[in-house]
Design a protein around this ligand. Sequence first.
Ligand code: AMP
Length: 560
Amino acid sequence: MNKKPIKRIFGIDLGTTYSSISYVDEFGKAVIIPNSENERVTPSVVFFDEENIVVGEVAKESSKLYPNEVVSFIKRSMGEPNFLFEFGGQHYRPEEISAYVLKKLAQDARQYLGEEVIDVVITCPAYFGINEREATRKAGEIAGFNVRQIINEPTAAAIAYGSLDTSRKKTVLVYDLGGGTFDVTMIHISKEAVEVVCTGGDHNLGGKDWDDRIVSYLVEKFQEETSTKEDILDDPDTWQDLQLSAEKAKKSLSQRTKTPVAITHGGQRIKLMLEREKFEELTEDLIYRTIDFTREMLTEAKGKGYQKFDEFILVGGATRMPQVATRIAKEFKVTPKIFDPDEAVAKGAAIYGWKLALNDDLIRRISEKTQKTIERPENLSEMIVTKEISDDDFRQAARELADESGYTLPSVENAMLTVKNVTSKSFGVVAHNPNNEEIVFNLVLRNTGVPVNIKKIFYTAGENQKTVLIRIMESETSKVEIPLDNAIEIKKAVLHLPPDLPEDSPIQIVYELNEEGRLHITAEETTNAQKINVVVDTASVISGDEFEEAKIRTQKHMVM
Ligand code: AMP
């Protein structure tokens, strides 16, 4: 019988420095799709050339010659309201710039597979807040994708890791040090579920910081050798040149104990030998920062009843630096495993996408057979447990799908993988404490499992109050009450009150976070039931006309 392929849902790792795309092949194995330069990862760098938009290695190389026309590390600006890149009289937001990176991945994948990339799962760091997640989704939509889900990078890595051995339950610690971001996450893996226990990290710590330390050292050496005090980084050409040499030197020091580096500026050239020992000394505090974040996360995990973990796995390109594993082994008395550092995230996203596609297909078959509506994909396993769907109907659908698609029966039966997440941020409102000081009162504390729904009653401050201003705040603390300065406002909403309410009238606020970390808020004056609903889609994320225009531009532009 001819095999009938199921719908393909691709996995995309949209990284700070490199991105990649993966799919699950006919044998049920996640594979990376090489780009048109035959590389497995593509630099997330965008070069605005006269007519065209160039993405990848050529863009990265062009940064030397055209530093003002090249955008790198755009992921660090995702969800930032004020970031705009200007070129040729046009302003570009981070979502659109990221969309060009995505478009390049999709174009190259189409060329390789002869198949359009439409449905995708895109990953983002675990600690991305609401704005950054929404911006990532929008980037995918601008690129023309149907974004099935945004999942966390460490979760994706754990899925890829867990897919290798589903025979036993285990708790793993995923230490992910990428180009611009660091996160550390404790994850419980079983055959049916990938469950995040706790997460922490720093979105401004990554391989690039190690490069920057080398750059500063090189500048110092140049000044010493040429007896100048000039800040050679003011020259954009020199700056770019040093960035590239620093990254090369860093990578080379992962293999060797020393590496030669040359610095050219203003017609002068010096050469030096950078030793691994020196490099480690220059960057020691950075490693310690990751250790501190890891300890902090472990303390939180203990509070949730997770005293220990079975494995410590390293993902992200920067974990190739030998000092990472050495330091971790010393601090935590474990032997960390380097696991597919550049590819695990994209592959995990592809495996998750594949399971979604299998699940979709199973649901379609079961619905046709039983005439029952299965409203949400995650309801399927519940309905089997409650016998609303019989084991026979499920097995028969699974067997048909396995026969038609060519995938093994166990892989089809195990498609119902549940991903349980925690929120990486705390969410609250601005309120007054008993001393009448303005504080942030957190309703949802970070590392709470999602979905979650939390209600709290607040009271009006005065008699006949006309409105209540609800300031929705996001923060990275685990405390219930925090000062205003420790949180950022992500949205404001106004609840209009009926006239003549007495002081201390109750106002009920409900925070509801869904599986993907999207926030929905309702506020209600409970005596008269005046209600407002707030879906937090914030002004700092591209929307409306701006979104439509970016989409049209992205479709029109040829990406090279
Ligand atoms: P990722 O975002 O996971 O692709 O990680 C990219 C980061 O890993 C960049 O900062 C790279 O410079 C760094 N990286 C890649 N390969 C190596 C290597 N062999 N040694 C040290 N760092 C590396």
